[in-house]
Ligand binder design. Structure first.
Ligand SMILES: Nc1nc2c(c(=O)[nH]1)N[C@H]1C(S)=C(S)[C@@H](COP(=O)(O)OP(=O)(O)OC[C@H]3O[C@@H](n4cnc5c(N)ncnc54)[C@H](O)[C@@H]3O)O[C@H]1N2
Ligand code: MOO
Length: 405
């Protein structure tokens, strides 16, 4: 019995465990997922300091002329207190002296003989950067489950952290099945077919931040399949393609179940890709995708990508969509949840005109997809669709509505 896409995704999320942690240098951490909440060890800025090259003053001296008693540079540790009726020259980033309650930028004072004339109006606290206004000591400044970007690295470095605890990379093993398949680096006979799914799945897993293992495609026998499974079992996720429909040689699920796979679903109400199956052997997640390249790709984006995000420890692991008008009227087959690949040009979405489950070329052209509901017969030009991006990550911490009506 086929289940709905939403039910299938729930099963994937519920049954996909999260990998454990490792420590790595922050320079290596971009793209990784933070393994624990990080608490600031000190304020940032560490001390009250000047935001401008100028003069440290007392606001009450506005409109008077005062002598400049001292110069303070960034990196200095000023000991003397600022007294009424005087100023100290100060550079951007230098600690403000005790007693100072405003900074006047250089451009706003006039130098007259050995004194400076202060403007008539000075705002209290002007151009002072306060300790802790950026990051407060003792607070969580980065959360478990966030992805590390270049800007996260800036935060880590500003807290003097050389290493960070991150989720280890998800290990993905892939193999195809089919007597007709040949690896792309071997000679092929006219009746044979190059295995394009395995390299595609591995490449996509790498794009999604995983460690990958290539396993040569399996022949269509239980014994051959079980040999391939044996090589893959230490992985966190095993992805297969082919042999899951009702053909005479479709043994993929049987080979796994004989080895103890607990099958959580087989068959999803999705076109293309209905035969997709999901199961587990121990902690290893198994996703059997159809052999048809475009069908397998679509289900990879919907289910494998979801599993990789969940397993990788991302806080926001749910799919998210962007809402955009459709550029041309799109005819649909009523009665099915249908996935259409397409392109988003920043203003609207256009479905790729010719896309069939056995094709390869539409995948390369697509940077997003929509999932239409069974009631939809036609989407009128200009109507709004919910696009799941393929070419970039759009995720959410809560479940989002994925479907286009
Ligand atoms: N009588 C029925 N026939 C089929 C049904 C059905 O419900 N009743 N479902 C169809 C659907 S939907 C799909 S999808 C396919 C799924 O079949 P399998 O997952 O068993 O895949 P195969 O039969 O092994 O292969 C299908 C197709 O894809 C080619 N293929 C396989 N592996 C690769 C690979 N690694 N790289 C590139 N191409 C691959 C294979 O040569 C076949 O052409 O079943 C329908 N049939
Ligand atoms: O998954 Mo199949 O025809 O829906 O490719």
């Amino acid at each position: 019995m086929a289940i709905s896409i939403s039910e299938a995704l729930d099963i994937v999320y519920q049954n996909t465990p999260v990998v454990d942690d490792e420590w790595i240098p922050i320079e290596e951490a971009v793209g990784r997922v933070i393994g624990e909440d990080l608490i600031a060890q000190f304020d940032l800025p560490r001390f009250d300091n000047s935001a401008m090259d100028g003069y440290a003053v007392k606001q009450s001296d506005a409109g008077t002329s005062v002598p400049c008693t001292e110069h303070i540079y960034a990196g200095d540790d000023p000991r003397n207190e600022l007294h009424e009726g005087s100023a100290m020259k100060i550079m951007t980033g230098a600690p403000i002296p005790k007693g100072c309650n405003a900074i006047v930028p250089i451009e706003e004072v006039q130098v007259y003989e050995d004194k400076i004339i202060l403007p008539v109006s000075i705002k209290k606290d002007a151009f002072i950067r306060w300790a802790g206004e950026d990051i407060k000591s003792g607070t969580v400044f980065l959360e478990k489950g966030e992805k590390v970007t270049a800007y996260t690295v800036a935060m880590l470095a500003s807290q003097g952290m050389s290493h960070i605890k991150v989720k280890r990379k998800v290990r993905v093993a892939v193999f195809g099945t089919g007597d007709e398949l040949k690896p792309h680096f071997e000679k092929i006979e006219p009746h044979q077919l190059y295995n394009s799914n395995t390299p595609m799945f591995l490449a996509r897993a790498k794009e999604l931040g995983c460690e990958t293992q290539y396993i040569r495609s399996s022949k269509d026998t239980i014994a051959a399949l079980q040999e391939s499974i044996g090589q893959a079992l230490h992985a966190d996720i095993i992805i297969t393609s082919g042999g899951i429909s009702v053909g005479d040689k479709d043994f993929t699920k049987e080979a796994f179940t004989q080895l103890g796979m607990e099958l959580h679903f087989e068959g999803v109400e999705i076109k293309p890709g209905k035969p997709t199956a999901f199961g587990k052997i121990g902690n290893t997640v198994i996703i059997n995708l159809p052999g048809n390249p475009l069908a397998s790709m679509v289900n990879y984006e919907v289910f494998v990508r979801a599993a990789i995000r969940k397993m990788g420890g991302l806080k926001a692991f749910y799919h998210n969509t962007l809402t955009t008008p459709i550029r041309e009227t799109l005819k649909l087959k009523k009665g099915k949840f249908t996935v259409k690949l397409g392109r988003f040009d920043g203003k609207s979405f256009e479905a790729i005109p010719l896309q069939m489950p056995g094709m390869v070329s539409p995948m390369q052209a697509a940077d997003g997809m929509i999932i239409t509901e069974p009631e939809a017969e036609q989407l009128e030009k200009g109507s709004l669709v919910h696009m799941l991006p393929i070419a970039w990550e759009l995720v959410s911490e809560k479940k989002e509505d994925l479907f286009t009506r």
